[in-house]
Design a protein around this ligand. Structure first.
Ligand code: UDP
Length: 323
């Protein structure tokens, strides 16, 4: 298929583009390189530099790439930043995303795979979280993604635009070539591995008084390659759907740090800090729906295997993409 990967120079988008190219698809990447990196672009893909604020740039990209489907990864995606700057989240994730949808409708591109998030749920009533769980986000990031899912539903109904929305839990790990490098790193695994690399003196633990067995937040870490494989399956989905995507396993912040110590063989000092605003205590996915309907199966079930792949990438590229 011909696919336009919007945000394909970012962490998740670059690895999806790589997998799609490995499978013989024809890929164009549209990215403004604000969060993404030029060296995260797969050389086999056509690169179109542009911003979703700019409707004309999107129209030109669609005219150039002539895609049959769009994968939409371009978004602001930090819970803590969204609590300080909600406007950025509503603008980038809703208004700019709407430009993409309108351009797709105008160009008659009939399919989109959308990067959503478990942050749409907020603190769950029961675990694991399946697709019937109530959506009550507790941060503007989750709210912005939930609003976009609702918009997708209406564009499907009114214009026949087929969508699959994948609610990622915590994406982690790396492929051999591409990995996680944010200019300001806020994520737990890369921050912990930076300590192992000697680039940071310690990792901070945000909140030790949650109602969890060790007092720290629990998340469901899913390997980036498993996540990318779900996007490829989503292209073949028979109808518009929403799917949760995780492994169903829960690891606390302390579990993650312990696993990083085990995998790297390094000491890794920690400092305990207050809670980070907007963090729900526990998020664990039920992915039964995507398993049953699209035949998805995660290949990396263990946290150690996920961290090993990230550690390999960080050792190979200690300065990330270097820009
Ligand atoms: N966290 C932490 N120290 C860090 C980064 C994150 O304790 O340096 C915690 C964070 O508060 C959350 C969990 O680790 O409970 C996962 O955070 P991350 O930012 O990796 O992903 P999120 O769940 O926010 O998408």
């Amino acid at each position: 298929m011909k696919i336009l990967v919007v945000g394909g120079a970012g962490y998740i988008g670059s690895i999806c583009a790589e997998l799609l190219l490995d499978q013989g698809h024809e890929i164009a990447v549209f990215d403004n390189l604000c969060e993404g990196h030029r060296s995260a672009l797969d050389p086999r893909a056509r690169f179109i530099e542009g911003d979703l604020q700019d409707r004309q740039a999107i129209d030109s990209a669609l005219a150039l790439a002539q895609p049959e489907a769009v994968m939409h990864f371009a978004a602001s995606a930090l819970v803590s930043e969204s609590m300080r700057d909600p406007s950025k989240y509503f603008r980038n994730n809703i208004s700019n995303g709407l430009n993409l949808l309108d351009a797709m409708v105008a160009a008659r591109v009939q399919q989109i795979v959308f990067s959503s998030t478990c942050a749409i749920f907020g603190p769950p009533e029961r675990l694991p979280i399946d697709e019937t769980a109530p959506t009550r986000p507790i941060n503007p990031y989750g709210e912005s993604k939930l609003a976009f899912e609702k918009i997708l539903r209406w564009y499907n109904e009114i214009y026949g635009l087929k969508f699959v929305s994948l609610r990622y839990f915590n994406a982690a790990g790396a492929s051999a070539n591409f990995g996680e490098d944010h200019r300001v790193e806020t994520h737990l695994i890369p921050n912990t591995l930076k300590v192992a690399l000697g680039q940071k003196p310690h990792v901070e633990i945000f909140g030790t008084d949650y109602e969890t067995p060790d007092g720290t937040c629990i998340r469901d870490y899913i390997h980036i390659v498993d996540l990318a494989r779900a996007h490829i399956l989503a292209l073949g989905a028979p109808r518009s759907e929403l799917y949760n995507l995780g492994t169903g396993g829960g690891a606390s912040v302390r579990d993650v740090i312990a696993a990083c110590r085990k995998v790297t063989g390094k000491k890794i000092d920690t400092v305990e800090r207050p809670r980070r605003p907007g963090d729900p205590p526990r998020l664990i996915a039920s992915s039964d729906k995507i398993k049953n309907e699209l035949g998805w199966q995660p290949q990396f079930q263990s946290l150690d295997a996920i961290i090993e792949s990230a550690w390999k990438w960080h050792q190979k590229f200690p300065n990330g993409y270097g820009d």
